[in-house]
Design a protein around this ligand. Structure first.
Ligand code: F6P
Length: 462
């Protein structure tokens, strides 16, 4: 296999410590690179007074991380601004939250250029360049402009919305066109690919060439669906390790015989947390006789706290959890334990294993790896039930979860009831089908499929 040169906004440095609120991207890339080796390039997460372009290089086994600091204006315009105030909401179908600001757009373009300037000398002649996520849509084009002829692939971790929504972004056509600098563009689920293809054909006059390719002018790129997975074997092992077992025991002790319903999400409006709380509240109201038999643990480490929409969702959840607990709690029972901090993977594995129900109900999500980790952590002799949003990419693979519409409190309440009363034989049957997918289509399967597709393409003359 060729050497990988991986690029993403967020880089998990070996000495950086595991951040509690890291999303699926960092977790997956650590696993993908650990076995394959290569360089991982991106932002250090540090902000300095003036951009210097100095690269910090660190090694961990066969993986090298190469990171660069951004200046304050870069952070505000590129990361907080265009990435998280403009693209993130838009790509999650939330045009109502999307900010259209020319300074953000300029900052995004500037940082992509800066990244390309710094990365250019680090790329070996035969490296496969693999670029990740919405922060870096124009990055491939910037590398081409600097003479990089390597094979280059792009993977989008988040959804891709229908053309009507994307068109609300004034520069959407240019952004989509920029993706044609890559040789391969991949999405988590077929729906996102369909939306992309429709934009290219209807808005840009591109032509679909069979299942696997699309042409725009003289640029023909390969497109594919490549759902990201987890390191299932490692997570299964983690779930039976001593730290996880200790946590699992702690959960049982504190539950006093009640069944645990668990949710673990970055505190983000796309995760559908108010809707989840409302669904649980509906369950408490509708099934009064089951009330005292359950409790819910929602772990939600804060994320992107400088962005107003994230402050607003946090305030909303504080109010909701307080109101629901005030209304339903008893002297020896609190219906929602709401925790705003992150936990290590071993602790999470123990918490998942202690739970009867995993609630993964985003309003829109590219994949959602919590769903897969919940499945991997279960005890095969007594597995819990996954309640999963139809609007998560994971729903296209995990078909034997209880699929729900997260906007419907009634559906959510019914699914909780169904999971709570589900016979052991059905829980086992559903779990077996889910774990087969989680094991079979794991993070290495995902990496190898992507890398094989990219390696199979001809090198190009630029
Ligand atoms: O997985 C999607 C994603 O946006 C990643 O690109 C990102 O690293 C992660 O969520 C967490 O977000 P952030 O890096 O902004 O904290």
């Amino acid at each position: 296999m060729s050497r990988l040169f991986v690029v993403s906004n967020r880089v998990q440095r070996p000495t950086g410590g595991v951040s509690a609120n890291q999303g699926g991207l960092a977790v997956a890339l650590i696993a993908a690179l650990r076995e394959h080796g290569g360089t991982w390039f991106g932002w250090s997460g540090e902000t300095v007074a003036a951009f210097t372009g100095i690269v910090h290089r660190e090694h961990d086994g066969d993986t090298e991380t190469a990171t660069v600091d951004l200046d304050l204006r870069d952070r505000e315009e590129y990361y907080d601004g265009y990435s998280n105030r403009t693209l993130w909401p838009l790509l999650h179908y939330r045009v109502d939250l999307s900010a259209f600001d020319r300074n953000f757009e300029a900052g995004y373009a500037r940082v992509n250029r800066r990244f390309a300037d710094v990365a250019r000398p680090l790329i070996g002649a035969d490296d496969l360049v693999w670029v990740h996520d919405y922060h870096l849509l124009p990055f491939g084009g910037e590398l081409r402009a600097r003479g990089v002829a390597n094979r280059m692939g792009f993977f989008l971790h988040v959804p891709w919305p229908p053309p009507d929504l994307l068109l609300s972004l004034p520069e959407s056509r240019a952004l989509v066109e920029a993706l044609f600098a890559y040789d391969l563009v991949a999405f988590q689920a077929a729906d996102w690919l369909t939306n992309f293809v429709q934009f290219v054909t209807d808005q840009l006059g591109g032509v679909r060439e069979g299942e696997e390719a699309i042409r725009l002018g003289d640029r023909r790129i390969r497109v594919m669906v490549a759902p990201i997975g987890i390191d299932a074997a490692a997570f299964e092992a983690e779930a039976t390790g001593s730290a996880a077992r200790f946590t699992q025991e702690r959960m049982y002790m504190s539950a006093t015989g009640r069944s645990l319903i668990v949710g673990v999400d970055r505190l983000d409006y796309s995760k559908g947390l108010p809707e989840r709380f409302a669904g649980y509240e509906r369950f408490l109201h509708t099934y009064a006789d089951l009330r005292g038999l359950v409790y819910m643990l929602q772990i939600a480490p804060p994320s992107r706290e400088t962005v107003d929409a994230y402050q607003a969702i946090r305030a909303e959840l504080d109010a909701m959890s307080g109101r629901i607990n005030g209304e339903y709690a008893d002297i020896d029972w609190v219906p929602i334990r709401y925790v705003n901090k992150g936990f290590s993977r071993a602790h999470l594995a123990g918490i998942y294993r202690a739970a009867l129900i995993g609630l993964v109900t985003p309003l829109r999500d590219g994949m959602n790896l919590v769903a897969k980790e919940f499945v991997a952590a279960q005890d095969p002799a007594d597995p819990g039930v996954l309640v999963l949003s139809r609007f998560a990419g994971a729903a296209t693979q995990l078909k034997d979860a209880l699929l729900v519409n997260p906007h419907s409190s009634d559906e959510m309440a019914e699914a909780i009831h169904r999971a709570l009363t589900m016979p052991l034989a059905e829980r086992k049957r559903r779990w077996q089908s889910l774990i087969d997918v989680v094991r079979g289509e794991d993070v290495f399967w995902w990496r190898d499929r992507f890398v094989a597709a990219l390696e199979g393409l001809p090198a190009r003359a630029i």
